[in-house]
Design a protein around this ligand. Structure first.
Ligand code: ZN
Length: 208
């Protein structure tokens, strides 16, 4: 734990000093251009992989970068509330949904009820990605583990983007060219980032 305290001291002395003027400018308002929706995985660092500085990304992170379909009256709609705030209040211009390699959330889709019995909330949350597993099993019934893994992770990005379009205000802004919707897939061990090309129908390497 001590390294966290030392980290806070180091931040104040180094990075904060470097960005002191920027933090001053940001003290009363934010105007991020992008809502980044990514997995909670510790190996995915949105500002690092996009080379962005404080104030640029509004970030939502949860298990398996899931977006609940639009529904009024959810009791605790954390992700939907953050989307609403980013789009309607901050008026972001882009939304990136970013999946990643070796995603534990996506892998859990293939676990049994028994294996997930101590992770009841996780299991419930993953219901929102369950159709992806079924689709992958249908499309690639004889796939290797690795093939099934990346296929699930990439198809989950598309599934969650489809969920985004159930939000009326997102659909409206997208149709009026006020909002871009971007699907990314990040590979931890190589730094590769693949962007989903809607016309081509597949993820294409953008930083190789
Ligand atoms: Zn993940």
């Amino acid at each position: 734990m001590k390294n966290l305290y030392n980290g806070a001291i180091s931040f104040r002395k180094k990075d904060f000093e470097t960005h002191k003027a920027l933090f001053g400018d940001l003290s009363n308002a934010q105007k991020p251009h992008t809502l980044f929706i990514g997995c909670s995985d510790s190996r995915l660092v949105p500002s690092l992989i996009t080379s962005t500085i404080p104030g640029e990304l509004f970030i939502i992170r949860n298990i398996a970068n899931i977006i609940p379909p639009y529904k009024k009256g959810n009791n605790f709609p954390a992700t939907s509330a953050a989307i609403e705030y980013a789009v309607l209040s901050l008026e972001v211009e882009n939304i990136i949904v970013c999946g990643h390699s070796n995603c534990g959330g996506c892998a859990s889709l293939y676990k049994t009820e028994e294996q997930m019995k101590d992770l009841a909330h996780t299991n419930l949350w993953l219901e929102l990605a369950r159709p992806v597993k079924n689709r992958v099993m249908q499309m690639l019934p004889k796939a290797t583990f690795a093939e099934r893994e990346w296929m699930t992770e990439q198809m989950n990005v598309l599934e969650q983007i489809n969920h985004l379009f159930t939000y009326p205000y997102i659909l409206e802004r997208f149709n009026n060219d006020k909002l871009s919707i971007i699907g990314w897939y990040y590979v931890i061990e190589t730094g590769d980032i693949y962007n989903y090309d809607v016309d081509k129908g597949y993820f294409e390497l953008i930083n190789g």
